[in-house]
Design a protein around this ligand. Structure first.
Ligand code: HEM
Ligand SMILES: *[C@@H]1O[C@H](CO)[C@@H](O)[C@H](O)[C@H]1NC(C)=O
Length: 340
């Protein structure tokens, strides 16, 4: 575990060259002060649905089993949906809302459009739950449970999921553009986005390990394969389909060794300069990433340490709550639309 002063030291070290990254950090401190002094959200609990919907965990598990059996990539889709939900106004199901005349959703924001997939998996789970226990289980909780199950189903660790989130009646296109890190953003800026969410440098490195499953599109890894970070024969082989000018939507697995298994090979690949995105490789290769490099080495050597930290960090990410949703939120009947 990292001490908070180490995180603060890292933050200071990286804050010096670029002023703007201080801003989210200051906002983060202020927002925590406000939250701590005025609001007290009801905590999430492990047994939240034990009397209102005792079969919720079985139902989600069964649906996720079908989804992952039919296509292992569905595991990656569920994990990423939960991440993109939590980084925008907290884990409140906002990412699932469709655009309507009165609501601009997050699905067309740049990190999500033509990229974020798997909404139908959540619809299917929601349908099952609505027939079993109508109006009880929030879409935000479904995302949390589905992400956890997805990880187990492809060989990753198990963790208990605190539950009791409410669904938002709003979404934020702007925050989806601002808060979600992107492939060619610098390491300092990416870390500051995690700090802003109350997550540490350790959480950043461990959660990035989700890229041990799933795929990316050429438009996101082109800068990496034609760029200046270390390169090797595997990345070069991608140039035939992802050319300098064509093939934007050609997909490649993050982990070409075990693309459908949740293991620590993501970190082993980073040691070999085989990371698919600039943002992946920078965790190991950036000159600013002294602490991140040490963590990458640790997780490459010790998969149990990775599994334990990943579980912990996923719970922490799932704990990013939206105070407004706790008060004014609801349990949506259809995850794509607020209740009428
Ligand atoms: C650290 C900063 C991160 C950056 C810059 C980043 C960026 C990206 C990008 C660019 C893609 C490919 C999208 C596309 O080409 O359409 C992607 C895919 C993915 N990301 Fe991340 N991500 C980050 C962190 C995370 C975290 C924290 C998680 C979950 C805990 C996650 C889970 C995934 C998964 C599972 C996929 C594959 C989805 C699929 O197969 O379609 N990522 N990410
Ligand atoms: C997450 O929240 C639950 C309940 O609110 C709390 O018991 C738990 O300690 C939190 N876990 C982390 C890692 O923040």
């Amino acid at each position: 575990m990292l001490e908070s002063h180490q995180i603060a030291a890292q933050e200071e070290e990286m804050a010096t060259p670029r002023q703007p990254i201080l801003r989210p950090f200051i906002l983060f401190i202020l927002s925590r002060l406000v939250i701590e002094s005025f609001a007290s959200d009801p905590p999430l609990t492990l047994d939240y649905y034990s009397s209102s919907c005792p079969t919720v965990l079985e139902i989600v598990r069964k649906e996720m089993e079908c989804a992952v059996l039919s296509d292992p990539r569905n595991a990656a889709l569920a994990v990423r949906l939960h991440f993109h939900d939590c980084f925008v106004q907290g884990c409140d199901g906002s990412v699932l809302l469709d655009d309507t005349v009165t609501l601009k959703g997050e699905k067309t924001a740049s990190p999500n459009v033509n990229s974020l997939l798997g909404y139908e998996i959540i619809d299917r789970i929601k349908n099952k739950l609505e027939s079993e226990c109508p109006g009880v289980v929030s879409c935000a909780d479904i995302l949390t449970i589905a992400a956890r199950d997805a990880v187990i189903l492809v060989g990753g660790p198990y963790w208990d999921v605190p539950l009791g989130r409410k669904d938002s009646k709003t979404a934020s296109y702007d925050l989806a553009n601002e808060n979600i890190p992107t492939a060619n953003e610098g390491l300092a800026s990416i870390i500051s986005k995690f700090l802003y969410q109350g997550l540490s440098v350790t959480d950043t490195v461990a959660l990035s390990g989700a890229h041990t499953i799933g795929m990316a599109r050429c438009q996101n890894y082109r800068a990496r394969i034609y760029g200046s970070l270390g390169e090797n024969s595997h990345l070069s082989s991608l140039k035939s389909t992802c050319t300098a000018v064509e093939g934007d939507d050609k997909i490649a697995p993050f982990d070409y060794v075990t693309p459908n298994v949740f293991d620590n090979s993501y970190y082993i690949l980073l040691l070999k300069e085989d990371g698919l995105l600039n943002s992946d490789q920078e965790l190991y290769s950036s000159l600013l990433g002294i602490q991140t490099k040490r963590l990458v080495r640790k997780y490459a050597e010790d998969s149990l340490a990775f599994f334990q930290q990943f579980s912990d960090s996923m719970v922490k990410m799932g704990n990013i709550t939206n105070s407004d949703s706790f008060e004014n939120g609801e349990v949506r009947k259809n995850c794509r639309f607020i209740n009428t």
